[in-house]
Write a protein that binds this ligand. Structure first.
Ligand SMILES: Cc1cc2nc3c(=O)[nH]c(=O)nc-3n(C[C@H](O)[C@H](O)[C@H](O)COP(=O)(O)OP(=O)(O)OC[C@H]3O[C@@H](n4cnc5c(N)ncnc54)[C@H](O)[C@@H]3O)c2cc1C
Length: 329
């Protein structure tokens, strides 16, 4: 592979059911830094139907160029089809680095695309850097259950691909009037095919929950002791205008749905206030919430790890502390 032929940093701007995902802005922040260090262009990729209206926003937030494949066949997400379009785009324009959000969809899409292209992918990274000597992408991600951070490179093939965890970077802010190029890429119905067919979109019940947007999160851990404990947490969350979440044991115990899980194998969140109730603060949990502005821990055990790292550590039984908080609120 003639690696020198591969230029520019690409980011996938994900569109979900007609809305541009805020992960696009996070990837623009990460990508801008990489592109500047390499003295290359930052390009965003938009796939979908009627998505062209998002291009100027991406340009104002740092993209020098936006590749758009806009076609009715892309209205509903099918990973084969999307991965084949990305493969065609990559083979045509030869990017050097390609960042994709590590959302549920992005995790599947990035893996499939990397296989079609025949290149390497670092999945679920939390940080990306350019190595000063050789310009390679150094992608860092937690490994061995979060006990180690591994920095992974892709020495032989291009583009170097990486899926980047949501919330790992700040969102790029717009610079109104910023100019950039738009390149339209044709959809090829003979090439961009799939055996899968979109039939129907079924919304999850109560799926209006958006933990990544929540300003206040009241999370419960094993210390809650029972499913009903979440009702008390929900009262506190409601009073503070927030939502509940959980560590892994309540999910494993069936007290709450998996989509509420925070941590390494759950969601990453960045609220202004995170109240951890009956959570010890193991590294796999902290991986999902350490970006919170203020952490309050309520725990019976003053030696629990989270009591050392929280901004406010309340020693006590959550079933006494939370009612007292509700009363004074
Ligand atoms: C590969 C891997 C991935 C993982 N991914 C995740 C993940 O995504 N998210 C995650 O959370 N975990 C994850 N884990 C599990 C993680 O290692 C911990 O086991 C888990 O976070 C512990 O949850 P906890 O703090 O709720 O429970 P515990 O560690 O058991 O802590 C319970 C705490 O509650 C306190 N407590 C008990 N009763 C009360 C009370 N009445 N009032 C106040 N405090 C009380 C106790 O003092 C204790 O500190 C993962 C593990 C592995 C190996």
């Amino acid at each position: 592979m003639a690696k020198a032929d591969y230029k520019n940093v690409w980011v996938l701007a994900e569109v979900q059911r007609g809305k541009l995902s805020p992960t696009a802005y996070e990837l623009l922040t990460a990508g801008r830094k990489l592109a500047d260090e390499l003295h290359e262009k930052l390009c965003a990729v938009l796939l979908g139907f009627e998505v062209e209206s998002f291009a100027q926003d991406l340009i104002e937030r740092g993209a020098d160029c936006v590749y758009i494949c806009d076609d009715v066949h892309l209205e509903h997400y099918i990973d084969d089809v999307y991965a084949k379009v990305l493969n065609s785009l990559v083979k045509t324009y030869k990017p050097n680095k390609f960042l994709i959000p590590a959302t549920n969809r992005g995790r599947a899409l990035s893996a499939k695309t990397a296989v079609f292209i025949g290149t390497g992918l670092t999945a679920d990274a939390t940080d990306v850097q350019i190595h000063q000597e050789d310009g390679q992408l150094y992608a860092t991600r937690p490994t061995f259950g979060g006990n180690l951070m591994a920095t992974i490179t892709c020495a032989k093939t291009r583009p170097e691909m990486c899926s980047l965890r949501p919330m790992s970077y700040e969102r790029a802010v717009p610079q109104p009037g910023r100019k950039g190029e738009i390149i339209r890429f044709p959809f090829d119905a003979t090439q961009h095919t799939s055996l899968a067919k979109f039939i129907e979109f079924i919304k999850n019940k109560g799926n209006d929950l958006d933990l990544s947007e929540a300003k206040v999160i009241v999370a419960g851990g094993r210390g809650i002791g029972k499913k009903e404990g979440f009702q008390l947490l929900a009262q506190l969350a409601e009073r503070l205008g927030g939502t509940v979440a959980a560590s892994r044991p309540p999910v494993d115990n069936g007290w709450i749905d998996y989509r509420y899980q925070i941590g390494l194998t759950g969601r990453t969140v960045k609220p202004k206030l995170y109240i951890a109730c009956g959570i010890s603060g193991q590294i796999q949990h902290m991986a999902g919430m350490s970006g919170a502005d203020v952490v309050v821990a309520i725990n019976k055990d003053p030696n629990a790890p989270i009591m050392k790292t929280a901004h406010y550590a309340v020693e006590g039984d959550l079933y006494e502390v939370i009612p007292a908080m509700l009363e004074s609120l």
